[in-house]
Design a protein around this ligand. Structure first.
Ligand code: F6P
Length: 519
């Protein structure tokens, strides 16, 4: 059976069984009744995985639903698809590429074994990249590092550098510039000096227009400000080393076409993380992710956390019809995790056709969104508790605090527990306005401590969950054709902003163009 021939979820007996189960008792499961009827519910619906404990018990499932969902995963041959990814098969069928970001965090593969060549390349690049990171860390003349990149070349490193701020053992300031909006780069350049700044140009393709525009402006600024020695002050992180050399950068760290942009922070794209937390910290980060890879690869579906999460996602999206999921990290250092997950899930699974190009008759990626939890509580949680839509919430909490401020952490933890409880229990009130319907589902992910290893595991968990959802939906989670059209149109429009030529444009674009050109 080839990659495109795997059964799609809606064509399986399990899907039909799930549909009739949903139409019967499934849709009206009440969490309060479920807990009252089963004192073991927490144990049955919780799952330990490396560095992450998950309480799934406040979700709208019972044992019967879960059993059908596991049947569905087997009938869709999710395990075979997973094994194909770990074997290095070209499961990114539309681009004819393997999907091997997991190899970036695997120990070296022995000579003669499958993927030994790729593994050897990974480890020699990793060693070189980490040696460079240590060199930068000990270079006291460099005070600022500016990462110029966008999408996967920005969101992962930025999220991880923030998350691991407590492990940043260097005094260097790390800045991230992604937007082509010159305000962003100008604000950073106003705060740095050429002689003490290292620019990292991060781009898998080294063609992305935003990144190349920012990189050119940074280089021009460096030169006009009297900066010397591009080799010392610029490095490129890319699969396109030739283009980086042509751009004038000789210090390069490469990676490979089998690493998707949104899966690339484990590669040279992770250099800002390594500069922040050091080589040993970066290796711990990889090790945490590798531990989660092992869990995903070898644990039976019934105890496999990425699989259990993805099956819940499908149950909500395709049977309950919930269209979004909110992420609520109860740790301020995890504040960029929602943005990171938006790209991971929505760029991977925001697809409307299956791997063979057939239009799908069911929904795929939900909308992901969120903010740090206590901030969200004072903003949009009103809607989560009493709005007309049900939005499954994913809490992320960390047991241990790494600060000494009395009283804060217990308040934070009390809040996350209370929110999950309130969503589920609700509160009856005859008056209407004060009535909380309850029975609103949530998942609770708990880390003992926020460390490089636990962050690596948490992110690898999310990667594999997205993989499983995509496998169930029968889509290719590893291409992103949907971002292309806008890029092409922007190339056509940009010169028109200078010339005013509106020929062939639709009425709205022509009208806006004229307004933008008016003095
Ligand atoms: O436009 C989308 C995208 O291709 C993402 O998939 C990618 O992470 C981002 O652009 C940046 O691409 P690059 O690293 O090649 O500059």
């Amino acid at each position: 059976m080839t990659i495109t021939q795997r059964p799609r979820c809606d064509q399986t007996p399990a899907w039909a069984a799930l549909q009739s189960h949903f139409d019967g008792a499934g849709r009206s499961l009440d969490l309060r009744d479920a807990f009252a009827a089963d004192t073991q519910r927490f144990a049955t619906f919780s799952q330990s995985a490396p560095h992450v404990f998950a309480d799934l018990s406040k979700n709208l499932i019972d044992v019967a639903t879960q059993k059908m969902l596991f049947d569905l995963a087997r009938e869709c041959r999710v395990e075979q698809h997973r094994d194909a990814m770990f074997a290095g098969d070209k499961i990114n069928a539309t681009e004819q590429r393997a999907v091997m970001h997991w190899l970036l965090r695997s120990p070296a593969v022995g000579a003669g074994k499958p993927l030994a060549t790729e593994s050897q390349q990974v480890h020699s690049t990793l060693d070189a990249m980490l040696a460079y990171a240590e060199q930068v860390r000990s270079d006291l003349a460099i005070t600022d590092v500016v990462n110029i990149g966008i999408g996967g070349s920005d969101l992962g490193p930025q999220m991880a550098v923030l998350a691991l701020d407590g492990f940043a053992t260097t005094g260097k300031r790390i800045h991230f510039v992604s937007n082509v909006d010159g305000h962003e780069l100008a604000a950073v350049l106003a705060r740095v000096r050429p002689s003490s700044t290292l620019f990292l140009i991060a781009s898998k393709t080294f063609t992305t227009i935003e990144t190349m525009t920012n990189a050119r402006s940074a280089k021009q600024w460096f030169e006009t400000q009297g900066g010397k020695d591009i080799a010392r002050h610029f490095a490129a992180l890319t699969t396109n080393v030739a283009a980086a050399n042509e751009f004038g950068i000789d210090t390069t760290f490469g990676f490979w076409d089998w690493v998707g942009g949104r899966y690339s922070m484990w590669s040279a794209i992770g250099l800002p993380i390594a500069i922040a937390i050091g080589a040993a910290g970066f290796r711990d980060f990889l090790a945490g992710a590798h531990a989660m890879d092992g869990h995903f690869r070898s644990t039976a579906l019934e105890h496999n956390l990425p699989v259990r999460l993805a099956l819940l996602d499908l149950w909500y999206r395709n049977f309950h019809g919930f269209t979004s999921r909110s992420i609520a990290p109860y740790h301020s250092a995890l504040r960029r995790v929602p943005a990171y997950l938006q790209q991971l899930e929505m760029e991977s699974n925001g697809k409307r056709v299956d791997v063979s190009g057939q239009a799908l008759p069911f929904g795929t990626s939900p909308v992901l969104w969120g903010e740090p939890g206590t901030n969200g509580q004072h903003a949009y949680f009103q809607m989560l508790h009493q709005g007309t839509d049900v939005v499954p919430l994913e809490f992320v909490a960390v047991k241990k605090a790494r600060h000494e401020l009395a009283g804060h952490h217990s308040q934070l933890l009390a809040n996350v527990l209370a929110q999950a409880q309130a969503l589920m229990l609700g509160k009856a009130d005859a008056g209407g306005h004060r009535h909380f319907p309850g029975n609103r589902p949530s998942t609770f992910l708990l880390l003992d401590d926020l460390t490089p290893a636990s962050l690596g595991a948490l992110i690898a968990l999310q990667e594999h969950r997205v993989f499983v959802s995509g496998a169930l939906w029968g889509i290719n989670s590893f291409d992103q054709w949907g971002v292309e059209l806008g890029k092409v149109l922007a190339r056509d429009i940009e010169p028109r902003l200078h010339s005013g030529d509106a020929s062939g444009l639709d009425g709205s674009t022509a009208g806006l163009l004229a307004r933008l050109r008016n003095a």
